[in-house]
Design a protein around this ligand. Structure first.
Ligand SMILES: [Zn+2]
Length: 296
């Protein structure tokens, strides 16, 4: 045993009761403002002072978009750990603890509901479920959601919040990129609109497939959006990256996105896009043929 090694005792948690009830106030990581939790919830988890966008869970996201209740699809689908994968701990155990902690079966909720009166299919990803990673279940649920939209002639909105493909499912998770993209191509052929919403963070295989395939790609302010992380890129190209690299505003400036929209306006913007995009497929709003000029 080393001479100067101190055996540190862990600080005991003790029974000191805080007089401030837990979770009543939140500190904004951007402007350090202390915000009352209820105020934060009322502004869709956007800081009322500096407009910092806190991350939303999948359920909160659906609540922010739908008018009221929604019908969830395929809630019971679970990964079967097809590769029997083990990293720091076995994947099936990681799944079990994550399912218990989040109350979700995988990293996406797909549902049908109404957005300002328009029926739509929405898929919202959950970052707290293994980094919102896209495995077989995420791929399958999103694909089924798109197919359901085609069957019922509904628009599709996918809200991405993901670290990319799920490493524990290896090549099987990469195949989801092609599967979802193919389903989106069928949606396109059916002339139905798809709005992609990219939130912080949207990276890896999700960016490289469906997140960038929207008829309109909308991002939330200052969201991290990219394929590989900045450190990997810097090491590869041996150059320093510019300020704000891989953030929504930078990507908008460089033509990678169509809009950067504040979360508080997102629902109305989506409504306008969906209304515009489905105009051609609705019989009632087909434009009359152009009038023939007189004298011809
Ligand atoms: Zn703030």
């Amino acid at each position: 045993m080393a001479w100067f090694k101190k055996v540190r005792k862990p600080i005991e948690a003790g029974n000191k009761e805080s007089r401030v009830p837990e979770g009543l106030w939140v500190k904004c990581p951007s402007c350090s403002q202390i915000i009352y939790n209820k105020d934060l919830a009322a502004s869709l988890s956007v800081c009322t002072k500096c407009a910092h966008h806190f991350r939303l869970s999948a359920a909160e996201r659906l609540r922010s978009l739908f008018d009221g209740d929604w019908e969830e699809h395929d809630p019971g689908l679970k990964s079967t750990d097809p590769l029997q994968f083990t990293d720091t701990k076995p994947y099936h155990e990681r799944l079990k603890t994550t399912i218990a902690a989040t109350g979700m079966s995988d990293a996406v909720i797909t549902a049908t509901g109404r957005i300002n009166g328009i029926e739509a299919v929405v898929a919202a990803m959950e970052y707290s479920f293994i980094g919102g990673s896209m495995g077989v279940v995420v791929g399958e649920k999103i694909t089924r959601a798109i197919e359901r939209a085609i069957d019922h002639r509904l628009p599709v909105i996918i809200v991405s919040c993901s670290g990319g493909a799920r490493m524990m499912e290896g090549a099987l998770s990469l195949m989801q990129m092609a599967k979802i993209s193919a389903a989106l191509a069928r949606l396109d052929r059916a002339r139905l609109p798809y709005v992609s919403v990219l939130t912080d963070p949207t990276t890896g295989g999700v960016t490289a497939s469906f997140a960038m395939l929207g008829d309109v790609n909308i991002a939330e302010p200052k969201a991290l959006i990219g394929f590989a992380g900045p450190r990997v890129i810097e090491q590869t190209i041996r150059q320093q990256l510019p300020e704000g690299f891989q953030r929504s505003e930078f990507l908008l400036e460089h033509g990678m996105l169509d809009m950067v929209i504040d979360r508080r306006e997102l629902k109305d913007v989506i409504t306008r896009i969906v209304r515009f995009g489905s105009g051609a497929t609705l019989k009632t709003s087909v434009l009359p043929a152009a009038p023939v000029p007189a004298g011809r």
